[in-house]
Design a protein around this ligand. Structure first.
Ligand code: ZN
Length: 512
């Protein structure tokens, strides 16, 4: 006899039927994810056009299944059942989250969903070509289409205050553009003077030894060791491959794949991409198995997903304690390159602060300024204050304003991120939300394990991994990001812990 699944309610046939329909929607989503993984990792470029058709069809089928009138009728019929259940029960949460997502999805006509999917596939291919040409002009027509279709989606979904609220809600349910602006204001006030104080100290941290030839295969072997050490499973329930843009793709809870990219002249790029994506992968693999084909089988939001990737990439991977345990492994792969290095010199090198052009390589002090640039440009486009044709120029001007530097070509400027090739509006803010939430969560874990630093210094990541699994991953997508943070840490998203962490860490490194 098999045990009843926690999300099953044999007593309520309508609820059972709802679960059945949702599980098929989730399966179609998994098929789409597999096609997307293939597109990113092994598809020959010639396959792009037909893959566009395949993905558009899969997205259409998923959308049609999810917006079927039967699901609407079931949700109506389940109102009193939902009210009879505790808010945080799996059943009530399943109905509540389905209701929320159904309301959004039924507003979007299938024809618009197909157009958005086609625009994304085409946008990605054109973006690759534009990168090769290092020319925003090549990408611009595709981006104009994407902006138009995204604007249409925002208008169709509807909003109270700002069109980007409708888009932000898709990544961070319940959050508004005004909340993000408040958060950015608080960060800007603290981080801009800190970055200036660090710059005034001069370039006192040496990281040049990280930039020399490092064998590609050895870098990948090192990355694989690291992701395994922190708790990601790349063998039975995942795998690691190479792609242009590092990614985590959830095909199913037991098939969560990550990718990385290798720079043969800089050992940090692949290493930290591995830790970052493994953080996402650990969240996906850490979700309760009972939510496998449920609408709840996901992270709470893109921002909370980022909290997990930033936790392992930065809070752990760029900590002094981590390099005390991990240095010998790095040295074993690259004894010649690291002949003069020590755990402390690596720790300092991976935390060197300087204004840089590339977001994914930015240090923790300036990273959020990169996000602010993107957010403000997106908002200016939505507010009609900026045209897509002037975006590259505006990008360069904002960089000059916030970071004091401007890119010499579009490849290191506006063409660096994959995001705008697929959608436009509010899709970067989750990174900043993740940075801020990572510390809020970590400090909560430290309350239970006051010796966390010593554990990490011994290479013991089980306490942190286990705490996140038991306290965060366990909630899956049952609650909004703010509700989730309140449940786990007692507070909604709060900048203070993050700013305290940044200030302590970099005051020490730079002797401020
Ligand atoms: Zn990420």
């Amino acid at each position: 006899m098999s045990k009843p699944d926690a999300t099953q309610a044999p007593g309520n046939p309508q609820y059972a039927r709802l679960l059945e329909l949702i599980s098929e929607v989730r399966d179609i989503q998994g098929i789409g994810a597999l096609l997307f993984w293939d597109q990113q990792v092994i598809m020959p470029r010639g396959g792009a056009a037909s893959r566009g058709n395949h993905l558009a069809l899969v997205n259409k089928l998923r959308h049609e299944r999810f917006t079927s009138p039967e699901i609407g009728r079931l949700l109506e019929g389940l109102r009193s059942y939902e009210e009879s259940l505790p808010y945080d029960s799996d059943e009530a949460s399943t109905i509540r989250v389905t209701r929320r997502e159904y309301a959004k999805a039924t507003k979007l006509p299938p024809e618009l969903v197909v157009r958005a999917s086609r625009a994304a596939t085409e946008g990605y291919t054109v973006w690759l070509a534009a990168r090769e040409a290092r020319d925003y002009g090549v990408f611009r027509p595709a981006l104009e289409k994407t902006v138009a279709v995204t604007r249409e989606i925002a208008e169709t979904l509807g909003y109270e205050d700002h069109p980007m609220d409708a888009l932000l809600d898709q990544h961070e349910p319940g959050m508004k553009v005004a909340d993000v602006e408040t958060l950015f204001a608080e960060l800007r006030t603290a981080l801009v003077p800190l970055a200036k104080a660090i710059a005034a100290k001069g370039d006192i941290v040496d990281s040049a030894f990280l930039q020399q030839p490092f064998d590609r295969a050895k870098q990948l072997a090192l990355g694989l060791e690291a992701v395994k050490a922190i708790g990601y499973d790349p063998e039975i329930r995942g795998r690691m491959d190479i792609s242009v843009h590092p990614y985590t793709i959830d095909i199913a809870l037991d098939d969560v794949r990550i990718t990385t990219r290798v720079n043969e002249n800089y050992v940090g790029q692949s290493f930290f991409a591995c830790l970052h994506e493994a953080g996402h992968g650990i969240y996906g693999q850490g979700l309760p198995g009972k939510f496998g084909r449920s609408i709840l089988g996901d992270g709470a939001s893109a921002g909370l997903h980022e909290s997990q990737s930033r936790l392992w990439e930065n809070v752990v991977g760029r900590s002094r304690a981590f390099w005390q345990s991990f240095f010998p492994r790095l040295e074993a792969h690259f004894p010649t390159q690291l002949a003069a290095a020590t755990p402390e010199s690596i720790y300092r090198a991976v935390n060197r602060v300087r204004p840089s052009l590339i977001r994914v390589e930015a240090d923790e002090v300036t990273y959020n300024l990169h996000i602010m640039v993107r957010f403000e440009l997106e908002k200016a486009v939505f507010d009609g204050k900026l045209e897509v044709k002037d975006l590259a120029e505006a990008w360069n001007a904002k960089f000059k304003e916030y970071l004091g530097i401007a890119p010499s070509d579009d490849l290191t400027g506006i063409l660096q991120d994959i995001h705008w090739s697929m959608s436009f509006g509010a899709n970067f803010t989750s990174y900043t939300i993740g940075n801020v939430a990572s510390i809020q969560l970590y400090e909560e874990a430290v309350k239970q394990y006051p010796d966390m630093t010593e554990r990490i210094a011994r290479g013991d990541f089980a306490a942190l991994f286990g705490w996140m699994k038991d306290n965060l991953h366990v909630h899956a997508a049952k609650f909004t990001p703010q509700e989730t943070l309140e449940r786990v840490t007692g507070k909604p998203l709060t900048a203070a812990p993050y700013l305290g962490y940044i200030k302590r860490k970099f005051t020490d490194i730079y002797g401020l």
